[in-house]
Ligand binder design. Structure first.
Ligand SMILES: N[C@@H](CCC(=O)N[C@@H](CS)C(=O)NCC(=O)O)C(=O)O
Length: 256
C-alpha cells in the first residue's frame, strides 16, 4: 500500500522546470531535490544566486527509498552528494556552499564576524519561531485555533521585520537570512487564501520585505506551478498530512 503523502506531482513545473532542464549534466555536486519543499528551496536559491554548477536529481522523500536513505538517513530533502559524499539539512547545505565555493560570488554571508553571527541569530529565529508558527497556522482547524496561530505568526514576523534594514534583511545585499525565510514568503498566498492571513496586518515593513523577496529572480526560478503545489498543501489544510513536519507539529515537537 502506498503512503498517501507520496502521491505528489513527480516533477518540478513552471519556471522551476526550466531551471531543472538547465542542470541535467553530471557535476561534482548532485542536488537531491524535492521540487515542492520550502527547505529544499533554500538550497536551490543559494545554488542559483551563486551560479554554482550542480546536477539536479528529483526525489520523492515520502517514499523513503533505500537509495535516498543511504544519502540522508533522515529521508528528508534537500540533500547533496559532493564528490560522492553525502550531506543534508538545508541551512548546513547553504553554509557548505559558502565554504566549498568561496570563488563563486556573491557570498551570501558577510566576512565580518559580528555580521555573520548576527545573521545566524536571525536565521535561527526564522527556523525556530517563524516556520513553526507558519506550519501551525496552516494546519490549525477551527476559527479559534486559526486566530491564535495567525497572531503567533504575526508576532514573530513583526519582530523579524523590525530588524530588516531594507530592501533586504542586511541592507542592499541579499544574504542567507533572506534565503532562510524566502520559501515561506513565496507560499504566503496559501495562508492568505485559506487562513485569513494578510501580510499588511503584520506590518508595512514586513509587507514591503515580502514583496521584495517574492520577486527575487532566484526565488521565481525555483517556484513550481501553484496548481501542482495545492494538493500537497490541501492535505496540511485539512490536517491530514503524515509528513515528519506534520507529525512534529501535531505532537508539539520542534520541526525535523
Ligand atoms: N530540517 C530539514 C527539514 C527538511 C524537510 O522537512 N523536508 C521535507 C519536505 S519539505 C521532507 O523531506 N519530508 C519527508 C517526510 O516528512 O517524510 C532541513 O532543513 O533540511
Amino acid at each position: 500500500m502506498g503512503v498517501p503523502d507520496a502521491d505528489i506531482h513527480p516533477t518540478a513545473t513552471g519556471q522551476a522546470a526550466d531551471t531543472v532542464a538547465q542542470h541535467q549534466s553530471p557535476q561534482e555536486l548532485v542536488f537531491w531535490s524535492g521540487w515542492f519543499c520550502p527547505f529544499n528551496q533554500r538550497a536551490w536559491i543559494t545554488l542559483e544566486e551563486r551560479g554554482i554548477p550542480y546536477q539536479y536529481k528529483e526525489v520523492n522523500p515520502y517514499k523513503k527509498e533505500k537509495h535516498f536513505l543511504d544519502i540522508n538517513p533522515k529521508g528528508l530533502v534537500p540533500a547533496f552528494e559532493y564528490k560522492g559524499k553525502a550531506l543534508y539539512e538545508s541551512l548546513i547545505l547553504c553554509e557548505f556552499l559558502e565554504d566549498a565555493y568561496p570563488d563563486h560570488k556573491p557570498s551570501l554571508l558577510s566576512s565580518d564576524p559580528f555580521t555573520r553571527a548576527h545573521a545566524r541569530i536571525w536565521i535561527d529565529f526564522v527556523t525556530k519561531s517563524i516556520i513553526p508558527a507558519w506550519q501551525r497556522l496552516l494546519m490549525a482547524q477551527g476559527v479559534e485555533k486559526q486566530d491564535a496561530a495567525r497572531e503567533e505568526l504575526y508576532t514573530a514576523q513583526r519582530k523579524f521585520a523590525e530588524q530588516v534594514k531594507g530592501p533586504y534583511f542586511s541592507g542592499e545585499e541579499f544574504t542567507l537570512v533572506d534565503v532562510a525565510v524566502a520559501p515561506w514568503i513565496t507560499r504566503e498566498y496559501i495562508l492568505a487564501e485559506h487562513r485569513g492571513y494578510k501580510s499588511a496586518d503584520v506590518s508595512n515593513e514586513w509587507k514591503k520585505y515580502a514583496e521584495t523577496l517574492a520577486t527575487r529572480p532566484s526565488v521565481l526560478k525555483t517556484n513550481s506551478d501553484k496548481d501542482k503545489l495545492q494538493p500537497i498543501y490541501d492535505r496540511y489544510l485539512r490536517d491530514e498530512a503524515q509528513s515528519e513536519a506534520a507529525k512534529a507539529i501535531r505532537a508539539g515537537r520542534g520541526l525535523p
